[in-house]
Design a protein around this ligand. Structure first.
Ligand code: HEM
Length: 158
C-alpha cells in the first residue's frame, strides 16, 4: 500500500487530474513573491508544469520514479515510509484553506481499485506499435481516444 500510494502520487505528478486551476482576485492583493494583483485579475497555477519542473523535482523529473516519495524506515525489515511533499510544491489537490476535501477519500478509492483489479487481472496497454498516448488538458485531464487496454486474467491471484 505504501508503494501504491507513492506510485499514484508519482502518476499524478506527471499527469495531474486538474492540470491547471485559476482564481480571480476578490480584492487588491500582493503575492508572497511581491507580484501585485489588482481586484478582478485572474491568476492561475499549473500543477502540470510544476510536476515537470527541474527546480522542484530535480534533473530526473521526467522519470516515473515512485521511490522519490519513499524513505527507508527499517532497513532490517525492508520497511518503507511515504514522505509527502508540501501541497505548495505538489498542488495536485490545491493547497491552503480550500485544499481538496476528498484527497484522502480519492487515495482510498484509487488504492481500492488498484488492489482489487490488479489482484485478479493484468491491465496491458493496447496501443498499436509505435503509437503514443496523447495527453489532453481540459478542466480535468484526458487521454485522446481513451486508454485502450487488454485485460488478462492472472493464472494465480497474489
Ligand atoms: C484524484 C482525485 C481528485 C483530485 C486530483 C482533486 C483535486 C481538487 C482540486 C484541485 C480542488 C480545488 C478546486 C478549486 O478550488 O479551484 C478540489 C476541491 C475539492 N475537492 Fe477534490 N479532487 C479529487 C477527488 C475528490 C473527491 C473523491 C472528493 C469527495 C469525496 C473531492 C472533494 C472536493 C471538495 C469538496 C473540494 C472543494 C473544497 C473547497 O473549496 O473548500 N475531491 N479537488
Amino acid at each position: 500500500m505504501v508503494y501504491t500510494h507513492a506510485s499514484l502520487s508519482e502518476s499524478m505528478r506527471l499527469y495531474p487530474p486538474v492540470p491547471v486551476d485559476g482564481k480571480q482576485a476578490a480584492d487588491d492583493d500582493v503575492l508572497p513573491d511581491g507580484t501585485v494583483i489588482k481586484k478582478g485579475m485572474r491568476v492561475s497555477y499549473h500543477p502540470y508544469a510544476m510536476g515537470r519542473s527541474e527546480k522542484l523535482w530535480g534533473s530526473n523529473w521526467a522519470e516515473f520514479r515512485p521511490e522519490r516519495w519513499l524513505e527507508m524506515r527499517d532497513a532490517a525489515a525492508g520497511k518503507w515510509s511515504f514522505v509527502a511533499r508540501d501541497p505548495y510544491t505538489y498542488p495536485v489537490f490545491q493547497a491552503g484553506p480550500r485544499i481538496c476535501l476528498g484527497k484522502d477519500m480519492a487515495f482510498l478509492q484509487m488504492k481500492r481499485v488498484v488492489s482489487g483489479v490488479l489482484r485478479r487481472f493484468k491491465v496491458v496497454p493496447a496501443f498499436e506499435e509505435g503509437v503514443k498516448p496523447v495527453f489532453m488538458a481540459h478542466l480535468t485531464s484526458k487521454m485522446k481516444g481513451g486508454f485502450p487496454v487488454r485485460i488478462e486474467e492472472r493464472a494465480e491471484s497474489f
